[in-house]
Write a protein that binds this ligand. Sequence first.
Ligand code: NAP
Ligand code: BGC
Ligand code: ZN
Ligand code: ZN
Length: 381
Amino acid sequence: MRHKVYILVILTYPLMKAIIVKPPNPGVEITEINENEANNYGKVKIRTLYNGICGTDREIVNGKLTLSNLPKGKNFLILGHEAIGVVEEPCCGFSQGDLVMPVNRRGCGVCRNCLIGRPDFCETGQFVEAGIHGIDGFMREEWYDDPRYLVRIPKTLEDIGILAQPLADIEKSIEEILNIQKRVPVWSCDDGTLNCRKALIIGTGPIGILFTLVLRTTGLEVWMANRREPTEIEQTFIEETNTNYFNSSNGYDKLKESVGKFDLIIDATGADAGIIKQVIPLLGRNGVLGLFGFPISGSFSMDFNAIQDAIHANKVIVGLVNGQKPHFQQALVHLASWKTLYPKSSRLLITRTVSINDEKEVLKVLKEKEHGEIKIKIVWE
Ligand code: NAP
Ligand code: BGC
Ligand code: ZN
Ligand code: ZN
């Protein structure tokens, strides 16, 4: 008698460590996933070296960012949009050992801005953002990417290069603001610089500090504000970059009395939207109020007087989001120049590194900001 023999083949994929979230629900885990469960984007094989933690990551982890979504057909999202990795195998113009950073927002493939590499101005709204919105991020052992989305990081910037991603968002924002101000027949000062222009930055997190550094490098006079006294590290930034500081715990009236109005105000807090109403009276004629932080509560309104004033005085309120490849490149130029211009601040930008193997600590810093923190870097080893 003959028997039929059935052979069961079970395909197994290698496992890799990854940090995952399940938006819109709060929570974060470090877990092992099958490599085939993760989104990949091209042929360049990259091993993760560092991830940065952004205020946006914490808003996702704490279930506060309504704009965060799972990838299609999946029940988890790999977190992380700030990453530096090393190319593992020569491919597509990259050599083994090259350091690269991924561009996090990727285009809809349809609109003209996305087709020319500027999904920061996507017209359909169908773009995706690694680790935030619709595709997996880079808090994982490795990923495959398309050279179009990779920025080379010079080895001399391996220490602070992780800041090129958040800084790219700021470079794009300042480029946009300077373009907006081209509407004013003369916005430069008597000597052709921007030294007479005053900017107010609300919030002293990494975003507030990077805005300050770029604006000081661009020549504007800057006030940073937070509702407390500056930390020791913030004090070093303030002194070295010759920036002013305002404690806003009692509101902004005193600042208006002592300094007057501002040409540029940026909300870099990610706090309550009520802040916007508080600072609108400080915005000067022909001024720009940039909304950069994602408020997590509240609302703001403008009464008819404030609206009349905005009309009479050509005021602009603008949403500012996301940098693309040219802005990553400009960010690297600034990071390199600050090593010379602001050496003490430059050394203080990374406040701490945490090993991915110290899982308890990684989860802690993903949930909550530390006192005195600027940027925490997760190191994959
Ligand atoms: P962060 O580390 O949480 O920093 C927020 C800062 O704002 C902290 O210094 C905080 O003070 C301060 N703050 C909170 N409430 C305040 C208030 N009422 N008045 C003044 N200051 C206040 O966050 P981050 O990484 O710098 O990011 C800031 C925001 O930008 C987040 O919402 C993030 O999602 C967003 N973001 C947007 C983009 C974009 O493309 N638009 C890009 C990156 C990030 P303490 O230090 O005392 O807590
Ligand atoms: C990222 C930006 C992104 C924005 C909106 C930020 O944290 O750094 O590149 O466009 O969040 O999701
Ligand atoms: Zn970010
Ligand atoms: Zn688009």
